[in-house]
Design a protein around this ligand. Structure first.
Ligand SMILES: [Zn+2]
Ligand SMILES: [Zn+2]
Length: 133
């Protein structure tokens, strides 16, 4: 738990029990959408509202502690920010896996080559995961 307290403090956010619980759940899942997150958090804070979850998610996304990963045809998932990477999405079970490629340097090259300023860069490869094949 200490690490999440420190993490929040590094971003000048108060380490509230709700935020700590949200970070714990997100780190356990890797990537999670708001509905599943809400269900998990509700089991610890039975009176918490979806609006409160959103408020906390937004405050942590604003400071780039959390990142929203926008997915085609389905709800966004949230993850704790790490180095630029891409995602593999299973079309059958919906599982999201990190693909560790240095997207930052790839996008820097693309920017230069096309003289194009990239604002958004969610790279999602859709397919069928190992356990669904
Ligand atoms: Zn799958
Ligand atoms: Zn990820």
């Amino acid at each position: 738990m200490d690490t999440f307290t420190d993490l929040l403090r590094n971003y000048n956010l108060k380490a509230t029990p709700q935020r700590l619980a949200i970070l714990q759940v997100i780190s356990r899942y890797g990537h999670i959408n708001i509905d599943n997150l809400y269900n998990e958090i509700k089991s610890q804070f039975s009176s918490i509202s979806l609006a409160t979850i959103y408020k906390n998610i937004n405050s942590m996304t604003e400071v780039h502690l959390l990142a929203e990963v926008k997915l085609p045809n389905t709800k966004s998932v949230y993850e704790i920010v790490k180095e630029g990477h891409a995602h593999l999405k299973c079309e059958l079970c919906g599982d999201i896996e990190d693909l560790t490629i240095d997207t930052n340097s790839i996008f820097a090259d693309i920017s230069k080559l096309h003289n194009f300023k990239i604002n958004q860069s969610d790279v999602i490869l859709s397919g069928v995961c190992k356990s669904c094949q």
